[in-house]
Design a protein around this ligand. Sequence first.
Ligand code: ATP
Ligand code: MG
Length: 237
Amino acid sequence: MAEPFLIGDSMTGGYGNGPDILHDCTIAVEKGEIAVIVGPNGAGKSTAMKAVFGMLNLRSGAVRLDGEDITALTPQARVAKGMGFVPQTQNIFTSMTVEENLEMGAFIRTDDISDTMAQVYDLFPILKEKRNQPAGELSGGQRQQVAVGRALMTKPKVLMLDEPTAGVSPIVMDELFDRIIEVARAGITILMVEQNARQALEIADKGYVLVQGANRFTDTGKALLADPEVRRSFLGG
Ligand SMILES: Nc1ncnc2c1ncn2[C@@H]1O[C@H](COP(=O)(O)OP(=O)(O)OP(=O)(O)O)[C@@H](O)[C@H]1O
Ligand SMILES: [Mg+2]
C-alpha cells in the first residue's frame, strides 16, 4: 500500500509539560477520501487533530503530508502546504462580518480570492445573503458554515474539521454532512472528528475509534458500523 495522503503516524505527546494524552496514535486519510475520528468525550480526538495540524509538541511519531515529513512545521507553514483546519471551538471571528471572516481565511494568499469566495457562497448560499452581518449574529449551523468556508479560502488539499455539526439540529446536521460530501467530491481530502458517530461513519471511507488517546478500532466506516462491539460500546447498540 502506498503512503496515505496525510498521516499522523504513531503520535505520542501531550500539552506543555503535562502527561501524554496521545499514546502511539495513528490517524491517516487517503487522497480524495473522508476519514472520521469518533470516540468518547476526552478520548483525545481534538488533541489528535491538533497534533496533525502542528499545535502539539510530539514526543514521538511523525506527521507526513503527500510523503513529506512536516512534523517540524508550524501550523501556518502547514496551511501553506495545503492543510485547512476548523477547530472545535472559537472557529470564527464573531464581531467581524461573514465576508471579513472569509477574507481573514485567505490570509496567506496574495492572489485574487474572489473566485474562491464565489465558490464558498455557491456552497453555502445563506452566507452570501448574510455576508455583511456580524458572524456572531448567525445561527449555530450558519456559524459552522462560516468556519468551514473560512478554511476553504486557502484552497486546501486536505480539510480537517473538528466536530463541524456540534450543537446543531438533526436537519442542519444532515445538510452540513451533504455539503462536506460535496467538498470531498470536489477533490478535497477530509479528516474530521464527529460526535454524531453513526451518521459520520456512514459517509466515512475510513473510521477511527479513539479511546484514552489510543487507537481502539480502525476500519472502513461500513465495517465499524457492522461491528457488534463497536456498536455496543460506541454507537449506542
Ligand atoms: N489545552 C489543554 N491543556 C491540557 N490538557 C488538555 C488541553 N486540551 C485537552 N486536554 C486534555 O486532553 C484530554 C483529551 O481531550 P480532547 O479535547 O482531545 O478530547 P476529545 O476527544 O476531543 O473530547 P470531546 O469529545 O469532549 O471534544 C482530556 O483529558 C483533556 O482534559
Ligand atoms: Mg474534542
